[in-house]
Design a protein around this ligand. Structure first.
Ligand SMILES: Cc1ncc(C[n+]2csc(CCOP(=O)(O)OP(=O)(O)O)c2C)c(N)n1
Ligand code: SF4
Ligand SMILES: [Mg+2]
Length: 354
C-alpha cells in the first residue's frame, strides 16, 4: 500500500515598508542554529544560517558541505544544531541532498516514515556552490528534487585562508589575487553570476537572491523556496569579517549597501511566469560608499573604482532603474582618487527608509 506524501506550508512574514530595518517582535522564537559555535565575531554566514533555520523551523533536516560553516560550527560530537544535520564533502552537497529528498519521498510513500515531508535544505559556500560542487547542485535542480539549495556567499574560499572563488568581485584582494605592480587591481575577472545561471539553466525552479541586510526578505525567500514543490535555489550575500577586513559591527550594514550601490541585485525568479521581480532599493549610492568600508578594496586606483561604478550602472539598467547623473559621472576615472582617499558616508543608526 502506498501513502500520500503530505507537504507543509510555512506562513510568510508581513513585509510592509521599513519592517526589515527593525527588530520584529513576531519573528520565530525557535533557534535551530543555537549559540555556541566558533565562527568569527560578525560572521555573515553565521547570521544567515541562524535566520534561514529560524525561518525553516524545527521540522527540518540540513546538510552542510565543507567550508567555514562546517569547520567552525562542528567539533567532534558537538554542533550548534537542534535539528538533524550532516556534513557532506564540498563537491556533493547537491547529490547528498538529492538523496535525502528522494529517501524521504520513498520512506513516506512506503509508510516507513509517518511524514509529513520535512523541510530539506543544504547550505553551501560559494566555493562549493559556484565552483567545486556546482555540478552536483545543478544536477539536483535539474532533477527537481524537493529541497532548498542555499549558497551562502562570502565571496572567497574562507576556511582555507581567503582564496579567490568565482564570486570574488573584480578588484577584491584575496591571498590568491594579491595586488602589485603587475596586477594593480588584484582580481582582474568579474564575478560569476551564479544565481542567474541557476535560474536560466533550470527554468522550472524557484530561484532568488537576498542578503543579510534584509532579514524579513531572507526569511520569506527561505520559506517560499521550501514551500515550492520541487527544487529551489537561494543565493545569499554574507560578508566575511576576516576575509574582507571591515568593522565587525558592519555586517548587516554591508548587506544593505551592496544592494544600494547596485553591486548585488536582489530579485526573485518565478518559474510559473518565467519572470524576474527586482527589488528597487529606495537609495542609490555611489560604489565608493560600499567599497571604502572594506580593506580588501583599499588598493583600488581611480580606474578600478570607475570600472566598478560602470558595472553597477549596468546592473541598475538590468533592474529597470534610472541611473542618476552622479553615478554616470562616476564612470569617469578623473572623478575618483585612490580608494583609500575617497570620502564616503557611514551612518551608524538608520531610520525607516534611511
Ligand atoms: C575536494 C576538496 N577540495 C578542497 C578542499 C579544501 N577546503 C576545505 S574548506 C574549503 C573552502 C570552501 O570555501 P566555501 O565553499 O566558499 O566555504 P567558506 O570556507 O568560504 O565558508 C576548501 C577549499 C576540500 N575539503 N575538498
Ligand atoms: S572566516 Fe569569514 S566565513 Fe569564516 S567564520 Fe570567520 S567571518 Fe565567518
Ligand atoms: Mg566562501
Amino acid at each position: 500500500m502506498t501513502h500520500d506524501v503530505v507537504r507543509q506550508t510555512l506562513p510568510l512574514l508581513d513585509e510592509e515598508d521599513g519592517r526589515d530595518l527593525y527588530y520584529l517582535p513576531d519573528l520565530p522564537e525557535e533557534d535551530p542554529y543555537a549559540a555556541g559555535h566558533r565562527t568569527c565575531a560578525g560572521c555573515g554566514p553565521a547570521i544567515q544560517y541562524r535566520w534561514v533555520l529560524k525561518a525553516a523551523g524545527q521540522d527540518t533536516v540540513v546538510a552542510g558541505p565543507t567550508g567555514c560553516m562546517y569547520v567552525a560550527n562542528s567539533t567532534y560530537l558537538c554542533t550548534p544544531y537542534t535539528v538533524p544535520w550532516a556534513h557532506t564533502p564540498i563537491a556533493s552537497g547537491g547529490s547528498f541532498t538529492s538523496g535525502m529528498a528522494a529517501g524521504y519521498e520513498a520512506m513516506i510513500r512506503k509508510g516507513r516514515d509517518p511524514g509529513p515531508y520535512p523541510n530539506i535544505l543544504v547550505m553551501a559556500g560559494d566555493g562549493s556552490a559556484a565552483d567545486i560542487g556546482i555540478g552536483s547542485i545543478s544536477g539536483a535542480l535539474y532533477r527537481d528534487h524537493d529541497a532548498l539549495f542555499v549558497c551562502y556567499d562570502n565571496e572567497c574560499y574562507a576556511n582555507t585562508g581567503i582564496q579567490t572563488s568565482p564570486t570574488t568581485p573584480y578588484a577584491g584582494m584575496t591571498t590568491f589575487t594579491p595586488y602589485g605592480t603587475a596586477i594593480p587591481e588584484g582580481k582582474k575577472l568579474p564575478p560569476k553570476n551564479l544565481a542567474k545561471m541557476m535560474a536560466e539553466g533550470h527554468p522550472h525552479c524557484y530561484v532568488a537572491t537576498t542578503t543579510v541586510g534584509y532579514p524579513v526578505d531572507l526569511m520569506n525567500k527561505t520559506r517560499k523556496g521550501l514551500n515550492h514543490v520541487g527544487a529551489a535555489f537561494l543565493h545569499c550575500y554574507t560578508p566575511c569579517q576576516k576575509g574582507w577586513v571591515y568593522q565587525t559591527s558592519m555586517t548587516v550594514e554591508l548587506g544593505r549597501r551592496v544592494v544600494e550601490s547596485g553591486l548585488f541585485p536582489v530579485w526573485e525568479y518565478d518559474p510559473q511566469e518565467r519572470a524576474y521581480r527586482y527589488f528597487h532599493p529606495p537609495i542609490q549610492r555611489p560604489v565608493t560608499d560600499y567599497l571604502a568600508m572594506q580593506g580588501r578594496f583599499g588598493h583600488m586606483l581611480p580606474e578600478h573604482v570607475a570600472a566598478t561604478q560602470r558595472a553597477a550602472n549596468l546592473n541598475w539598467q538590468d533592474m529597470g532603474m534610472d541611473v542618476p547623473a552622479e553615478l554616470r559621472e562616476g564612470e569617469d576615472p578623473a572623478r575618483h582618487a585612490r580608494l583609500k582617499e575617497e570620502s564616503y558616508s557611514m551612518p551608524l543608526n538608520r531610520g525607516v527608509g534611511a
